[in-house]
Design a protein around this ligand. Structure first.
Ligand SMILES: C[S@@+](CC[C@H](N)C(=O)[O-])C[C@H]1O[C@@H](n2cnc3c(N)ncnc32)[C@H](O)[C@@H]1O
Length: 241
C-alpha cells in the first residue's frame, strides 16, 4: 500500500489529504482493489470508525433526520435491511429507552442495546407478524435501506430494489400510526411511478432525497413519505380485502 498526496477528488478522499492507493496483486482483482481504495479514502468510512457507527450509511439517516426531523424520543421504529446496524444505532440513540427499535436482515447482526434484531428475509410471509409482535404497537417510522446484491444488470437491479421498497411500503401502511413516516432506498430512473402514486395517496408529503453521504456516482436515492393518513376511512382497492 502506498500513500501519495491526492489532489481534488469527488466523493473519495478529501482535498489536500493523503490519498491511499492499493497495489494490485496479493490475489486482488481490479474491482476489489478499486473497492478497497474507495473505502480507504472515503471520509464517511473514517468518520464512522472514529464516531463508533457500524456503517457509513449511518450518516445518510443522520443527514435526512437533520433535514426532516423524523426521529424523536419515545418513538417506535422499524429498520428493514438493518445489517450491520448503523441506522438502528442512530434511531436507538434518539428514541431512547422510552422508544423501541426493531430491525430485520438476511444477515445476522451483532446485538445492540435498545434494539431487537430478527435474522430473516423480510419477504418471508412470517416477517410482518414477527416485526409487529416485537414492536408491540403501531410504528412511528418505517425505514428501509434494503438492497439486494447487485447483478450488474441495471434494469434487473432497479426492479429488485423497487420490489423491496414496494413491499416495505405495503408493510408501512399496515403498521404505521397516523402521522407516521416511511423512508426507503430506491434507484434513480423510472418504473417507480406505481410506488409514488400509492404513497401520494396515503401520505401528506412525498419527496425524493439524496443525502451527501450517498455516493454521488451511485444512482441510489431515498423516497421519503411523511404524514401517514392512516387506513381508517380509506376506500379499499378492488384487489384488497
Ligand atoms: C445497505 S445495507 C443496510 C445498511 C444499514 N442501513 C446500516 O446502516 O448499517 C442493505 C441490507 O439489506 C439487506 N437485505 C436485502 N434484502 C433483504 C431482504 N429481503 N430481507 C432482509 N434484509 C435484506 C442486506 O442483507 C443488507 O444487509
Amino acid at each position: 500500500m502506498t500513500d501519495r498526496r491526492g489532489g481534488a477528488s469527488s466523493g473519495g478522499g478529501v482535498r489536500g489529504e493523503l490519498k491511499q492507493r492499493v497495489k494490485t496483486g496479493r490475489g486482488r482483482t481490479l474491482s476489489q482493489k478499486r473497492w478497497l481504495e474507495r473505502q480507504l479514502n472515503d471520509p464517511y468510512v473514517a468518520r464512522a470508525k472514529r464516531e463508533g457507527y457500524r456503517s457509513r450509511a449511518a450518516y445518510k439517516l443522520i443527514e435526512i433526520d437533520e433535514r426532516y426531523k423524523l426521529l424523536r424520543p419515545g418513538q417506535r421504529v422499524v429498520d428493514l435491511g438493518a445489517a450491520p446496524g448503523g441506522w438502528s444505532q442512530v434511531a436507538a440513540r434518539v428514541v431512547g429507552p422510552s422508544g423501541r427499535v426493531v430491525g430485520i436482515d438476511l444477515l445476522e447482526i451483532e446485538p445492540m442495546a435498545g434494539v431487537e434484531f430478527i435474522t430473516l428475509d423480510f419477504l418471508d410471509a412470517e416477517a410482518p407478524d414477527k416485526l409487529t409482535a416485537l414492536l408491540g404497537g403501531a410504528a412511528d417510522l418505517v425505514l428501509s435501506d434494503m438492497a439486494a446484491n447487485a447483478t450488474g444488470h441495471k434494469k434487473t437491479d432497479h426492479l429488485r430494489i423497487i420490489g423491496l421498497a414496494e413491499t416495505a411500503a405495503e408493510f408501512a401502511r399496515e403498521i404505521l400510526a397516523p402521522g407516521g413516516a416511511y423512508l426507503a432506498k430506491v434507484l434513480q430512473g423510472g418504473t417507480e411511478s406505481a410506488l409514488l402514486t400509492d404513497l401520494k395517496r396515503d401520505f401528506a408529503t412525498v419527496r425524493h432525497v439524496k443525502p451527501a453521504a450517498s455516493r454521488a456516482d451511485s444512482s441510489e436515492l431515498y423516497v421519503l413519505a411523511t404524514g401517514y393518513r392512516g387506513t381508517a376511512g380509506r376506500t379499499p382497492e378492488p384487489d384488497e380485502d
